[in-house]
Design a binder for this molecule. Structure first.
Ligand SMILES: Nc1ncnc2c1ncn2[C@@H]1O[C@H](COP(=O)(O)OP(=O)(O)OP(=O)(O)O)[C@@H](O)[C@H]1O
Ligand SMILES: [Mg+2]
Length: 291
């Protein structure tokens, strides 16, 4: 049987409350797979996924970022790269991952498509395609990061459950908190996922940060019996939306970025992923340009 089908099959043949350890069937591999998710749109998932992948790559980790927003892909846009819809060729079997990724040293990006009719009309399941790509290539990477689209559709949930870890990105507004809870609830009830990481983005005071953390983690624990590991937060930067990406994704280290790097390495240390912590003054320039 096909690897992906086997994995998906496990959910229909087992009870819905599989233990997390049973899901971690890929733990034999050194590659750590993390989804950046959160339910609500516009909370910073893509900016955070890009920064995380770039930072891991700069510090020597072979990192693949997969854009899982199949037909409204944003990763290439944020990096100012041309939109090529090459992912269509993976769907049709005409191209391999290698043909479609953008590389900057250790940073590899698989963008998805933008308004592709082929993607719209495909009968293939996006989650199965991504899981097949991962299972075929995870031995080549230290980290695979999934930038998830908004929503709690079946394909997104499957990809989240498949990963070793999930970063739930939440902002302090009620709709983001509610959507994150819905996502965690579905992951718990449908896939038996009982561990998630929480990142509060765009908070405006310590008090607001604490309130989000307590509200969500206590509700998740009390109603779902699931644990929430607190990663930390990213304050709201008072600039235009594109201004934020310029500031956050630039190679030049500022206080804001240093805090994120600390948060990231707190995570990798805790979960035991491959760890090359940057030294003071590490040169952060990419090895070579995008080609
Ligand atoms: N801490 C922050 N302060 C200010 N602006 C931010 C912050 N984090 C993200 N942004 C901005 O918010 C906007 C939405 O971010 P992003 O595209 O990463 O969200 P998303 O969750 O991926 O959205 P979607 O669900 O549509 O994929 C972007 O313009 C980004 O630059
Ligand atoms: Mg996004």
């Amino acid at each position: 049987m096909h690897k992906t089908s086997e994995w998906l099959q496990s959910f229909s043949t087992h009870s819905n409350s599989l233990k997390n350890s049973e899901l971690r069937r890929a733990s034999d591999f050194a590659c750590t797979k993390v989804s950046i998710t959160g339910g609500k749109g516009g909370v910073g998932k893509t900016s955070i996924a890009l920064k995380m992948a770039q930072e891991l790559a700069i510090t020597g980790h072979r990192t693949l970022l997969i854009d899982c927003d199949s037909n409204l892909s944003n990763t290439a846009i944020k990096l100012g790269l041309p939109l090529e819809n090459k992912f269509e060729k993976i769907l049709s079997g005409e191209a391999s991952l290698q043909d479609c990724i953008i590389q900057r040293g250790n940073f590899h990006l698989l963008p998805a498509c933008n308004g592709s009719v082929e993607v719209f009309e495909t009968k293939l399941n996006f989650d199965e395609i991504i899981i097949d790509i991962i299972t075929s290539h995870e031995h080549e990477y230290d980290y695979i990061i999934l930038d998830c689209p908004a929503g709690v559709g079946r394909e997104i949930l499957t990809l989240n459950a498949y990963c070793d870890h999930r970063w739930i990105v939440v902002t302090p507004d009620k709709s983001s908190i509610t959507d994150s809870y819905s996502l965690v609830k579905l992951l718990s009830q449908r896939f038996g996922i009982k561990d998630n990481h929480l990142l509060v983005n765009m908070y405006q005071s310590d008090k607001q940060f604490q309130k989000v953390v307590i509200t969500l983690s206590e509700t998740i624990e009390n109603f779902l019996g699931a644990r929430t590991h607190i990663l930390g937060g990213i304050p709201k930067l008072d600039v235009s939306s594109e201004g934020f990406d310029t500031f956050f994704l630039s190679d030049k280290k500022n206080e804001f970025q240093r805090n994120f790097v600390k948060l990231l390495y707190g995570f990798t240390e805790k979960v035991g992923g491959p760890l090359n912590v940057p030294q003071q003054g590490t040169q952060l320039a990419y090895e070579h340009d995008v080609h």
